[in-house]
Design a binder for this molecule. Structure first.
Ligand SMILES: Nc1nc2c(ncn2[C@@H]2O[C@H](COP(=O)(O)OP(=O)(O)O)[C@@H](O)[C@H]2O)c(=O)[nH]1
Ligand SMILES: [Mg+2]
Length: 236
């Protein structure tokens, strides 16, 4: 039977991590979860460790020393998931900005022709709720900027809620991916698209986190701004 794993990167998510794990396991589909935690000072990893006894064979934790960036957390998780031969591999945030109820819709899109299914805020039917105006404008600007430079037919190139068929991740050279923030999200879609894979957008509603603190920073924004130009020039 095809098996799916949801990779959740976490840094200081003690308010969210148990709730999001229980929410995913409450779904009908038999999703597994891998949490990649970067030594969160708030004890997120210990919460996950305590839960693994309750969900044997379904909940896994990979701990890393120090905050190394969302992108490298996913690369670590992808390699782990490919090593265990999962058929469908998801990216999902820990803070409920991505609604776990949308996981089956992304899975279905991958079972019906998509190689990469993207939970999209900016395709028809997509939406963003409760985000401050500056974040909304920054994100819309980023999407337009990326489309103008990369000519990639994806309305939400910085989206971080996705399902990959394992064939995509095993084909891409994961060791060549350097970016850690939004640029990582753009680069993964761009490399999949350039490799001829079908990247399909599925409308979702993204809701600003209610608990914990965002790790978004100006350096992440700058990395993406210049990173896109490097991608265009094939220098990344
Ligand atoms: N392992 C790991 N996870 C991270 C890191 N930075 C952010 N995350 C996680 O990535 C997800 C998205 O981060 P978030 O701060 O919500 O970004 P925002 O939604 O753009 O404000 C959350 O689950 C974070 O805990 C990191 O350096 N390492
Ligand atoms: Mg968030």
């Amino acid at each position: 039977m095809a098996q799916a794993v949801v990779i959740i990167p976490s840094y200081n998510e003690k308010e969210n991590i148990e709730k999001i794990i229980r929410k995913v396991f409450s779904l009908d589909d038999n999703f597994h979860i891998l949490v990649v935690d970067d030594g969160s000072p708030d004890g997120t990893a210990q919460i996950v460790k305590n839960l693994t006894a309750e969900f044997p064979g379904r909940l896994f934790l990979e701990g890393r020393k120090g905050k190394l960036g969302l992108g490298t957390a996913y690369i670590h998780g992808f390699k782990w998931a490919l090593g265990k031969n999962y058929d469908f591999i998801f990216e999902m945030d820990a803070d409920f900005s991505h609604n776990p109820d949308d996981l089956p819709r992304l899975l279905n899109a991958c079972k019906n022709g998509a190689d990469v299914a993207v939970g999209s805020r900016y395709t028809g039917g997509g939406n963003v709720e409760n985000w401050p105006l500056n974040r909304k404008m920054l994100s819309q600007f980023a999407s337009l900027y990326v489309r103008m430079i990369l000519w990639m037919p994806v309305m939400d190139p910085t989206a971080g809620f996705k399902c990959y068929k394992k064939e995509v991740l095993s084909k891409l050279n994961l060791d060549a991916i350097r970016f850690i923030g939004y640029a990582f999200q753009i680069e993964m879609k761009y490399r999949a698209y350039r490799a001829g894979f079908r990247v399909v957008e599925v409308p979702i509603t993204f809701i600003d986190r209610k608990e914990g603190v965002s790790k978004m920073s100006m350096s992440i924004f700058k990395e993406a701004f210049w990173g896109v130009i490097r991608m265009r020039l094939g220098k990344n």
